[in-house]
Design a binder for this molecule. Sequence first.
Ligand code: XMP
Length: 524
Amino acid sequence: KILILDFGSQVSQLIARRIREAHVYCELHPYDVSLDFIKAFAPKGIVLSGGPNSVYEEETYLADAGLFELGVPVLGICYGMQWMAQALGGRVEAGAKREFGYAEIKARHHSKLFEGLSDRIDDAGNGYLDVWMSHGDKVAELPPGFHAIAETPSCPYAAMADEDRGYYGVQFHPEVTHTKRGTEMLHRFVLYVCGAKPSWTMPNYIEEAVAKIREQVGDEEVLLGLSGGVDSSVAAALIHRAIGDRLTCVFVDHGLLRLNEGQMVMDMFARGLGVKVIHVDASAEFMHHLEGVTDPEQKRKIIGREFVEVFQREAKKLDNAKWLAQGTIYPDVIESAGAKTKKAHTIKSHHNVGGLPETLNLKLLEPLRELFKDEVRQLGVALGLPHDMVYRHPFPGPGLGVRILGEVKRDYADLLRRADAIFIEELRNTRDPARGKSWYELTSQAFAVFLPVKSVGVMGDGRTYEWVVALRAVVTSDFMTAHWAELPYELLGRVSNRVINEVRGINRVVYDVSGKPPATIEWE
Ligand code: XMP
């Protein structure tokens, strides 16, 4: 296994993610763990992360340089490289120019890290790699035994190596996707330089996670708010695997879920996996509180508040529960850490099952905290959840509440649910032959929106005067920006026909061709 020492970079966890993609087990620990800890960990290799500090500042982050006596390969990234250079007798100084963003490094081919890797080769046969730089300081003098293995015009030691000892330093960030061949570099380091075995797989991970949950929880009971979304579902399946019926899930149906969602959750968890699930139909209550409310933010707040209210009421009935489990995943952790420092404009007040209050006085159990979304999905499949469920599009906490524009009414929700189900079914059943995937897989999120507008139509010999439904489908990698999906006209036509024919009350279907920005993905 590989040890990653975290010097405080925003992207340290990404290093772990990349290494795990090579099926090599790794753990991330603070930079100041003791040498004894490192020895006991017995790493095959050590990665030193980036960090916000300067090595020459007085109060900086210094790891125990004794790790260089252990005879294991070390890869230093950015600040990690600088600390390594300094600890081994080199010199670091403030660069005249800060480097942020893309850079092209000229690679020297004789290093195990880059050998044969290049994004571009010039006429003289030199290889170049596109990398992501983010640093002010740089190594000014290499430590004894090292030589440069890559350079940029402003940074002669963009990467350094002492290949005999297996020591490497890179000034750029191989863990971010902007460094195109970065994943390969990290894989080369752990597999070829460290000689780690690619034996870390989901089944092994489950075993460890289960052991950890058992140890944490002891013989106490756990409560979990199940939303039907991927994260809470996988968390439920994992915790159930660990502690069986000492887990109780509460599934709150606010009446704003997708078609047959409640049924599906109960089938999958209660009947399928044998998980204890309390199904609370709170739709009447939600509808009541939403009556006459048209403002999107107010609707969001009401739904969020009611949700907490209902959940708490149910939680109080389970007086044995000592733990509240949440499906928090690593991107949530980064986001909320970032939210403390950034004062972003509130575009929408998000609500999800993760936002439950501290007033419950329960200890927090977050078994997915270290996993990225794709790992959570793999875990879900490995735990026996259906593939389609685990690879579903995201669904917002306020549900159809933000997809029914203006006032929410039960019959609007019923119409919308049916239109939405038809759209999703057609997306799932229509493949793009060129890419060999269904349009559901080719879009990141797709749904129908209810517009409380009536338009005139004609059906048979009669005039109709009915509601409008908008279809929305987007392609995005991070949901911060998105493109509207270029769905085939034929598919759109079929959805439109089916919705109008099958959902009495809707006589017009439109397709939303707005990107984000300037629009958002949801309509409210
Ligand atoms: P917008 O509409 O802001 O949506 O472009 C971006 C992504 O966030 C989802 N979304 C939510 N998810 N609680 C959630 O859990 C919410 O309150 C919420 N509002 C929006 C939205 O579905 C899209 O994936």
